[in-house]
Design a protein around this ligand. Structure first.
Ligand code: NDP
Length: 254
């Protein structure tokens, strides 16, 4: 791999990386040379994912914490920095989705979605960026969603939370550039994971998706690795505040 994209000597924390897109991005960063820190809500989930990467010859650690709990975040980040080493790259990937019609959406579900998808990006980024700022170096990647661009049935709170991730990305870019920290986002379209399993199983939805997406198919979660490696690497040092859509062209098609 070109030195421009090499992550050798870099250490990356990826939230929500015990499974799904987070795990594949952690694997991709490890393949590019990074030491990775797997995070999940439970230690067992983080541990088994880290073991899978170690079995492939990568250096991987497991650190469980709930991204909505500021006490757990502070403790975990301080522990990582002191016992494992400085975090060079943070990927805010943890996310949840609740689908219900707007008129039926419960306040608790709204609060849960906002806490994981939006507030956690603020909390985890601020905690990690305080360490990065002292070192005058770092890269933060926020996983948003192409849904933040579309009005669509049953996922208004999710889309709103991801819209906030777009603005967190832009604001953090402006405020953290002075510390040589680049902040960018990735906005995936539709990818088959546990989060979207009900849609994958819904034939009518897949028919709609293939008509609506220029690429005419679901995304393969591995297709997000390239964007994550690029935005983590030296190759993107002058890319800042950008949201990279990985959606088979869906956002720009009418
Ligand atoms: P999954 O449902 O497969 O995985 C979600 C991950 O988030 C899990 O690892 C889960 O950890 C973690 N997580 C959830 N809540 C918390 C929490 N409170 N603290 C720590 N970790 C938490 O989702 P995907 O892999 O599909 O999605 C990953 C990201 O990509 C999300 O931000 C999602 O919104 C975004 N995205 C996904 C798309 C798709 O089509 N799949 C499209 C656009 C964006 P645990 O295993 O411990 O439960």
């Amino acid at each position: 791999m070109s030195q421009l994209f090499s992550l050798a000597t870099k250490r990356a924390l990826i939230t929500g990386s015990g499974r799904g897109i987070g795990f594949l991005m952690a694997k991709g960063l490890a393949e590019a040379g990074a030491e990775v820190i797997i995070n999940a809500t439970q230690q067992a989930g983080a541990q088994s994912a880290a073991e899978k990467l170690r079995a492939l010859g990568h250096t991987a650690h497991a650190v469980a914490f709930d991204v909505t709990d500021s006490h757990q975040i502070h403790q975990a980040i301080d522990d990582i920095e002191a016992k494992i080493g400085p975090i060079d790259i943070l990927i805010n990937n943890a996310g949840i989705q609740r689908r219900r019609p707007f008129l039926e959406f419960a306040e608790q579900d709204w609060n849960d979605v906002i806490a994981v998808n939006q507030t956690a990006v603020f909390l985890v980024s601020q905690t990690v960026a305080r360490h990065m700022a002292k070192r005058q170096s770092g890269k933060i990647i926020n996983i948003g969603s192409m849904q933040s661009e579309l009005g669509r049935d049953t996922i208004t709170p999710y889309a709103a939370s991801k819209g906030a991730v777009t603005m967190l990305t832009r604001g953090m870019c402006v405020e953290l550039a002075r510390y040589n920290i680049q902040v960018n986002g990735i906005a995936p379209g539709y990818f088959a994971t546990e989060m979207t399993q009900a849609l994958v199983d819904d034939k009518a939805f897949t028919e709609w998706l293939t008509k609506r997406t220029p690429a005419a198919r679901w995304g393969n979660p591995e297709e997000l690795i390239g964007a994550a490696v690029f935005l983590s690497s030296k190759a993107s040092d002058f890319v800042n505040g950008h949201l990279l859509f990985v959606d088979g062209g869906m956002r720009v098609a009418v």
